[in-house]
Design a binder for this molecule. Structure first.
Ligand SMILES: [Zn+2]
Ligand SMILES: [Zn+2]
Length: 325
């Protein structure tokens, strides 16, 4: 089968690999679509070092099941599935506390485990989620990052009556805007890049400048820019929650005085928890509550995977790879 592997920063090579084995608890998936995000860009550019010198990237994958392991009884050949690319162990303390996102033994597809940029991939059956055929490929390919957004909303307890501020309108911020709008919340967006800000407004957000002196109930920080958090917190009402999704290793300039007097809650939100969040997102898509495919701005055929990765930093919205073309 065809696969594309990263051989050096910025160097993606097309290779032939043997089709993966389908173990007793696995399913074999014929890939149809792969979304790209900042994490992929970090690996592609060399900012994150992959485990081996020749590395299969990609984690936001969807496809069709073409073979089922002998011990898998609840998935079937022909199922259209989204892949949950974080395999938790189910045994550690975090898993037992139903916080599988913090699993100590988490297998992260595309980062510490080979990724999905191949014609066929083998996946543990319980980490594939069947989706009805009524959900189009472009919406399905956004399920993984949309689930990150919806898990943040769940953890931050945002409601339909909430006023929310989304900081950053990269693809994660755009999906956050969409998910909040889909539940009826009022959403403001803070984004310095004009193209991205325009996309967020087109998806139903209002510019943060319109807030004036009004306060918000929940802040979603998706940019990972340390200074942006402090600016966002100035809009947060007393007793409000700031949900942190963007990741940075640089310190944030905050005083405990500001937090204590305003009684703000800072809440880190990492990916999503198994097995609740993925099927919840797929049900929302099946009910046609949300059409996340609108954030896709660039589609590349599999044979142009290198161009797709090179575009991630420039394209506002999401780029994706289609294996059907
Ligand atoms: Zn991603
Ligand atoms: Zn675990």
């Amino acid at each position: 089968m065809h696969a594309a592997v990263l051989t050096a920063p910025g160097q993606l090579r097309s290779v032939q690999l043997p089709e993966p084995d389908c173990g007793p608890q696995d399913v074999l998936v014929r890939m149809r679509g792969l979304g790209l995000c900042g994490t992929d860009l970090a690996v592609y550019s060399g900012a994150r070092i992959p485990p081996t010198g020749s590395w299969l990237m990609g984690h936001e994958g969807v496809g069709e099941i073409v073979a089922v392991g002998s011990q898998v009884h609840d998935r079937a050949v022909g199922d259209q599935v989204a892949i949950e690319p974080n395999y938790c162990c189910g045994r550690c303390r975090a898993c037992r506390a139903e916080l599988t996102s913090s699993c100590q033994n988490r297998v992260v597809v595309g980062l510490n485990h080979p990724g999905l940029l191949a014609e066929y991939v083998s996946v543990p059956g319980r980490f594939t989620w069947p989706a009805p055929p009524s959900i189009g490929i472009e919406d399905l390919v956004c399920v993984e990052p949309l689930t990150v957004a919806r898990a943040a909303i769940r953890r931050g307890s945002a409601a339909s009556t909430s006023r929310c501020l989304v900081v950053g309108a990269g693809s994660q911020g755009l999906l956050m805007v969409l998910a909040l709008r889909a539940m009826g919340a009022r959403v403001y967006v803070q984004e310095p890049h004009d193209g991205r800000a325009e996309l967020a407004l087109a998806l139903g957000a209002r510019a943060a400048a319109e807030l004036g002196d009004a306060e918000i109930d929940v802040l979603f920080e998706t940019s990972g820019v340390p200074q942006a958090l402090g600016a966002g917190l100035e809009h947060l009402a007393a007793g409000g929650t700031a949900v942190l999704v963007g990741i940075s290793s640089r310190p944030v300039d905050l005083t405990t005085a500001a937090l204590v007097y305003r009684q703000h809650t800072l809440l880190g939100s990492l990916i999503y928890d198994h097995p609740v969040d993925f099927p919840s997102t797929i049900r929302a898509l099946a009910r046609d509550e949300i059409r996340p495919g609108v954030v896709l701005q660039a589609r590349y055929p599999f044979r142009e995977a290198a161009e797709a990765f090179a575009s991630v930093a420039e394209v506002p919205g999401k780029a994706w790879i289609s294996f059907d073309d």
